[in-house]
Design a protein around this ligand. Structure first.
Ligand code: ADP
Ligand code: MG
Length: 358
């Protein structure tokens, strides 16, 4: 079970838990307000809104927001994804069948094939697709007008998108990890929809261990429900939450198997780093992209992992969290993290002064 990716079964349940209106979408205040302006203005002009790009780690609500966009506009929604578009022809088929005002959701847009990308530029900007008829020297391009539509692209790696593609989105919303109080609201809402009783303490406990991610919060809620129904009295209270999360080996900071194996490898095998992303990924048996997009954003935000030009490094908090002592001579020189520069020097056995030369 990967950190925040969704399995097939889960997608069915997620569908049922997805808010349909912007007003029911918890948290992400900034993105929500920006998006509501984009949508309201378009509605007021009776026009299709600009293309929208949503970026952020898995499980934070990109797919949900794309569905909300279609719902709020009262427009039909077409769903596809980058990996499903291997040839320009795949995209041409989708584009040429769009109806006026339709919302096209293109998930994992950074994984689309190059030739399709170029076709997408033209479609986004000029609402036109050039259909190639025939083969070889006799082939001709017949321009086909498209009705106005809104593309909603989602990506876990905005930095991977080519500039020309990024520039064609009129609005980019970046989703960030949720605060525990926001996750508590997500959990209360889900508990109500699932028809289970969740106590305040139970909700707080689950929220605190959900890695800032609604998908994980909802997943843990269901595991706690299982426990409460089988071993408890059906109520999702503090005891049930703690006991269930214990069974599923979610630690008190919400780190899961992948997170922990990354940190363990970093400390135990590479002495705290610096170690390159691909080496680290190989040593935990994962793709570099998975480590980078699924595990790292949260670890960096929590100050449990540092990114430096020379590679990934453990922080004092990493050693502490794993209950390990850094090797003699290990030096923490600080690294840029999501929240700025880490300067905490607590928990160090050997604690030399920062050396700007290393
Ligand atoms: N802001 C939110 N409020 C309520 N539920 C949310 C929110 N964001 C995500 N969820 C829930 O989390 C799950 C995963 O969200 P999803 O949109 O599929 O994430 P992503 O596409 O970014 O991976 C969905 O079941 C959805 O109901
Ligand atoms: Mg998604």
């Amino acid at each position: 079970m990967l950190a925040a990716g969704a399995s097939v079964d889960e997608r069915v349940i997620e569908g049922a838990l997805r808010p349909q209106l912007l007003a029911d979408f918890v948290g992400q205040q900034v993105v929500r307000e920006q998006l509501s302006l984009v949508l309201d203005a378009a509605k007021a002009r009776s026009a299709t809104p600009d293309h929208i790009l949503l970026s952020g780690p898995p499980g934070l609500g990109k797919t949900t927001l794309s569905m909300i966009v279609a719902h709020e506009l009262n427009a039909p929604l077409r769903v596809t994804s980058g990996p499903a578009i291997q040839h320009a022809g795949d995209l041409a088929a989708i584009l040429s069948s769009l109806t006026e005002g339709e919302v096209l959701f293109l998930d994992e847009i950074h994984r689309m094939a190059r030739p399709a990308e170029e076709m997408l530029y033209v479609a986004m900007e000029d609402f036109r697709v050039d259909v190639i008829v025939g083969k070889g020297p006799g082939a001709t391009a017949i321009p086909l007008e498209l009705p106005p539509f809104t593309l909603v692209g989602a990506t876990t790696r905005a930095g991977m998108l080519p500039g020309p593609l990024r520039d064609r989105f009129g609005f980019t919303g970046h989703l960030d990890f949720y605060a525990p109080a926001e996750l508590e609201r997500v959990l209360r809402r889900s508990a109500e929809l699932l028809g289970v009783e969740l106590t305040e303490e139970g909700g707080a406990e689950i929220a605190g261990r959900s890695r800032g991610t609604p998908r994980i919060a909802n997943r843990l809620l269901r595991r706690v429900r299982d426990w409460a129904q089988v071993r408890g009295d059906g109520v999702l209270d503090l005891d049930a939450s703690r006991a269930a999360l214990e069974v599923y080996a979610v630690d008190e900071r919400g780190l899961d198997r992948l997170d922990r194996s990354v940190l363990e490898a970093l400390c135990r095998r590479f002495g705290g780093g610096p170690v390159g992303l691909s080496t680290l990924a190989v040593s935990v048996g994962e793709e570099p992209e998975t480590v980078e997009t699924v595990a790292e954003p949260f670890l960096v935000r929590e100050g449990l992992l540092g990114r430096t030009p020379r590679g990934r490094i453990a922080t004092p908090a990493t050693w502490e969290h794993l209950g390990l002592t850094p090797p003699p001579g290990y030096s923490w020189v600080g690294a840029s993290t999501g929240g700025g520069t880490l300067t905490s020097r607590a928990g160090m056995a050997q604690d030399p002064l920062p050396d700007p030369g290393t």
